[in-house]
Design a protein around this ligand. Sequence first.
Ligand code: SF4
Ligand code: SF4
Length: 370
Amino acid sequence: MRFPLSMTAGIAGYIMKNKFRPRPEWQRDGTRKSDPENPFRIMHARAANGRSASPHPMIGKRFPLVLMLEPLHTCNLTCTGCGRIREYESTITQRLSVEQCLAAVDECGAPVVSICGGEPLLYPEIGPLTNAILERGKHVYLCTNGMMVRKRLGDFRPHGRLFINVHLDGLEQSHDLAVERPGVFREAVEAIRAAKAAGFKVCTNTTVYKESDMREIEALFEYLEQFNLDGHMLSPAYGYSAVNDREIFLTRDDVHEKFQDIDRLASRFKLNSTPVYLDFLKGSRDLPCTAWGNPTYNIKGWKGPCYLITDAHHKTFEDFMTRTPWESYGHGNDPRCEHCMMHCGYEPSAALGINAKLGDSLKLLNWVLR
Ligand code: SF4
Ligand code: SF4
């Protein structure tokens, strides 16, 4: 995500503090059973595929950057690529209380909270919840499909740390096709217009599918220039196991191809993704998955290992941090991770400076200043 200068400085301070003094209770390895034949185990556990897993550069320094908070999974749309409404079908009418949401915010302490779902504007107490998170000094991304924005804008007041993040997967025809309902693009655009006119910070969130035409995404950003938006987030689609249609998702090679020309787009528009993550998407550098940097909390608990795949729901954040077998996930470790290049696994790695190259700091500074 792209952050204003003061926000970037605050987050940089948070990262440095946690890198130098990682909280010990989050670094324990609660996944390993005691082994009577090797009581002083010094080797890391083997990955799921039998390959030996070398220690992750951030094992021993885990901490969260962005909390994905899902107060409910109810939605007013049924998008083709959405895993949420399918995976949580059995609990789709349930929702977290405001107290549960705030307890999760406090328990994990991430400086950025992305309120998503479902459609968070269907959550009755979304206004008080957002205010209470802002009062805790957090930066809030309110992720919405735009359908309820005009109706509920009065529940919020503009704030320097509040971003309304509208989902748009393409121009009118393509977007309405992806969300399976005509008129959604127009309503989302009216939502953007109204929110900007009321003084809110607004950004967009676009998922790139196999069928997505990057020229159309460029045309979408051109069209949105009239609103002087506060950034665009771009992420390749990931093949949720809950979604049957494998044809719409990208392989790693597809992602590299789609994002080949991303530098040109990044020089024209305010892309929220860090330059290091964009390098990763176009295939010019590798990054490990650091999904603990982007934890998800919902009605079932802390979703492990990540926003995308579910092997467990943990009751506490500490349990999620210490009982998830992190070395077993990521590219090369788990077949379900093979083609994942989603920001929730890899943007934290970029922000944390893993596999950093000479000149990265300058690149990052340039990106922040621009
Ligand atoms: S708007 Fe979001 S939560 Fe709702 S169906 Fe679409 S992708 Fe899923
Ligand atoms: S690689 Fe992707 S799917 Fe696998 S654990 Fe990381 S974020 Fe989740």
